[in-house]
Ligand binder design. Structure first.
Ligand code: ADP
Length: 268
């Protein structure tokens, strides 16, 4: 229900009444509005790289192609924009699949300790910025077995870790911690990066939301990484949240229900 109030004033300026208009904003209208906004966002996100590519291609056609210094740079820009568009379309397809009612996960038992360890190590090897350290801390007396989709969980960690790397300063450390909290297993990824201002925190899981649009685009972001992360966590019956200190760093955490915990040092 939406309410609009108007105050009625007499000619002499005195208030002598109030009109309240009540609108019934139905669920249907809200969904329709969200859909419109989503389509507008997608169009805008695709138009931006296309417009930029168009102007670089025009410049190349107008003679920049003959300039052996400028030409490779302009071609590189159009290549980067194309790659970002492909990422964007892949992200959109993935969200659309998970939004569909009959979406099915390919769930198998996974040893989460090993899984996290492998992904963090792979990330450390492949991260281009060698100044950034990625560490992990796992419980050494318990192995957590969860029922999950390997590809989806890999993407979940990839999305969070790649943000942590993107927004980290030179020489920053990223800590990935796995621990037990109540009857859940919680994974948190903490960086020492730019952080997120308090007023923006609640929106970071929204589709296309970015704190700094220009910066995110320059870093190759699509604005969908955390929205996808959230869908993956929800599909696994978990929850995801963020805490951040502007200028000091960000921690993204998610919890997952686990099937069983195996004690490694148990005498049999
Ligand atoms: P993007 O493709 O822009 O990275 P995401 O959905 O992954 O999109 O993240 C949404 C926004 O949240 C980012 O644009 C950025 O402003 C903010 N953000 C995400 N992770 C971090 C982080 N580790 N440190 C600082 N800001 C972050």
């Amino acid at each position: 229900l939406e309410a609009h109030f108007s105050v009625i004033t007499k000619d002499d300026g005195k208030e002598n009444g109030l009109i309240a208009v009540l609108h019934d904003v139905t669920e249907q209208e809200r969904i329709e509005e969200e859909r419109r906004e989503f389509v507008a966002n997608v169009s805008h996100e695709l138009r931006t790289p296309l417009t930029s590519m168009k102007s670089y291609l025009e410049a190349l056609a107008d003679g920049a192609l003959e300039d052996s210094e400028i030409a490779p740079r302009f071609i590189k820009v159009t290549q980067n924009e194309t790659e970002r568009m492909i990422r964007l379309v892949n992200d959109l397809l993935q969200l659309s699949k998970m939004d569909s009612k009959d979406y099915q996960m390919n769930a198998v038992p996974i040893n989460l300790n090993l899984f996290v360890e492998q992904i963090v190590e792979r990330f450390q090897m492949s991260t281009k910025n060698e100044d950034i350290q990625i560490k992990h801390k796992l419980p050494n007396n318990k192995d957590f077995i969860i029922n999950g989709d390997r590809d989806k969980l890999t993407q979940l960690l990839d999305n969070i870790l790649s943000n942590a790397v993107k927004y980290s300063p030179e020489g920053g450390t990223i800590n990935c911690v796995l621990k037990e909290e109540k009857d859940r297993v919680v994974i948190s990824i903490k960086d020492e990066g730019v952080g997120i201002p308090k007023e923006n925190i609640q929106h970071v899981f929204d589709r296309f939301y970015r704190v700094d649009k220009a910066r995110s685009r320059n870093l190759g972001g699509t604005g969908l990484g955390l929205a996808i992360a959230k869908e993956i966590v929800l599909a696994h019956g978990g929850s995801i949240w963020v805490s951040s200190d502007w200028g000091k760093g960000t921690t993204i955490s998610f919890s997952l229900p686990y099937d069983e915990a195996v004690k490694e040092d148990e005498d049999i």
